[in-house]
Design a protein around this ligand. Structure first.
Ligand SMILES: Nc1ncnc2c1ncn2[C@@H]1O[C@H](COP(=O)(O)OP(=O)(O)OP(=O)(O)O)[C@@H](O)[C@H]1O
Ligand SMILES: [Mg+2]
Length: 354
């Protein structure tokens, strides 16, 4: 968990220093005061990138050269300091005093999840976000997942390059064995992880939407065929398109519900609830595997939700036992089971309220 946090020249924050409570923290402030900036800074410290996909140039405070983030983490075996400095020259990461660590070391040190006003895209958007969702759990739960994922990506790139160069069919087929082998490993890893997360997905779905849902892994090629066969049959088309059409890079998580609920799921509030249920399930599963509390960032969780839904969401959040940093326009909008540590932000200046 993160106890001390400092941000310098990140978006509108010139300098912010916060001492977080171990459980619930609430940041209030008017529109454009700096609430999202603060959460984004925290998320950046745990990911080495922005959760909104913002570029470095947009994150550095206007007129400045670089931003610096620092966190003091409390772990079972003692304290761990992590830091990030980012300038136009690039990202510099320090974990435990060691320079040259990468974003992976940050993700291991400060695993976190975010529920923000864009979270509904996990349902409404394309499959890439759902693959990333599954890969995030797998990264924390399955030791080899990252290595398998990276090796698969490399094999995919090489095969695609051969397709773009319009190599001979024999040359492209020569990539298939390795591609199929790594695809199989990635596929198994994701299936295992979805199975592991399934109970929590169903429970959180039920708690937040009060309905039965199902979550099914779709592998990225026809279920009736082996991947070898799908590649063989699709080769001509792949040569035309210059890209591999079958494989786990096309996978998805299909979320289904009964018909009545499915109609409601076109509403943005319901999509937000469903996406939040998935995020909470991912958090719970990773947390159980890592045996330490994760950090959950809630940016304006009350937005788009009716008050019953906010209550259900907040009680599911509280039951997870993770460390929470939430933002809200209205300090009374969110019910916490115990008094949160309160901060107020005004024009990028943060003060702790007693
Ligand atoms: N790189 C930057 N340098 C300086 N200021 C920035 C930078 N990026 C964003 N800002 C400003 O930071 C301010 C705070 O934005 P932020 O999104 O954190 O507000 P907020 O408190 O979350 O507001 P809301 O309640 O509307 O969500 C905005 O006025 C924005 O223009
Ligand atoms: Mg905001």
């Amino acid at each position: 968990m993160i106890r001390l946090f400092r941000a310098t020249n990140f978006r509108c924050l010139e300098y912010a220093e916060l001492e977080f409570g171990p459980r619930f923290n609430l940041i209030t402030g008017a529109n454009a005061s700096g609430k999202t900036s603060l959460l984004e800074a925290l998320a950046y410290l745990g990911r080495g990138k922005s959760f909104r996909g913002a570029s470095t140039a947009n994150l550095i405070r206007h007129g400045q050269e670089q931003f610096v983030l620092f966190g003091e983490l409390e772990r079972a075996h003692g304290k761990l300091n992590i830091g990030v400095r980012n300038s136009r020259e690039g990202l510099e990461v320090r974990v435990g005093g060691e320079a040259g660590s990468g974003a992976v070391a940050l993700a291991e040190a400060l695993p976190l999840q975010v529920i923000d006003p864009e979270v509904h895209n996990l349902i409404a958007g394309g499959p890439e976000l759902r693959r990333r969702f599954l890969d995030w759990v797998a990264f924390h739960v399955e030791h080899d997942h990252l290595m398998i994922w990276r090796r698969f990506r490399r094999a995919l790139k090489q095969r695609n390059a051969a397709l773009r160069l319009r190599s001979t069919e024999a040359a492209i087929r020569s990539w298939n064995a390795e591609f199929v082998d790594l695809a199989g490993q990635l596929d198994r890893s994701r299936r295992d992880v979805l199975a592991l997360t399934q109970r929590s997905l169903l429970d959180h779905g039920k708690a937040l939407l009060q309905t039965e849902l199902s979550f099914e892994y779709q592998q990225g090629w026809s279920r009736e065929k082996s991947l070898e066969m799908a590649l063989e049959e699709g080769l001509e088309r792949e040569l035309q398109l210059g890209a591999t059409q079958s494989g786990p890079h096309r996978a998805d998580v299909k979320v289904s519900s009964d018909e009545r609920q499915a109609r409601k799921l076109v509403s943005r509030g319901q999509q937000k609830l469903l996406a939040s249920a998935m995020i909470l399930a991912a958090t719970q599963t990773a947390q159980a595997a890592l045996e330490r509390p994760l950090l959950l960032l809630l940016d304006d969780p009350a937005a788009e939700l009716d008050s019953d839904s906010v209550t259900r969401l907040m009680s599911a959040v509280a039951a997870l036992g993770c460390q929470v940093v939430a933002t809200s326009l209205d300090p009374r909008a969110l019910a916490f089971p115990e008094k949160p540590v309160l901060f107020h932000v005004e024009q990028g200046v943060i003060t702790r309220l007693e």
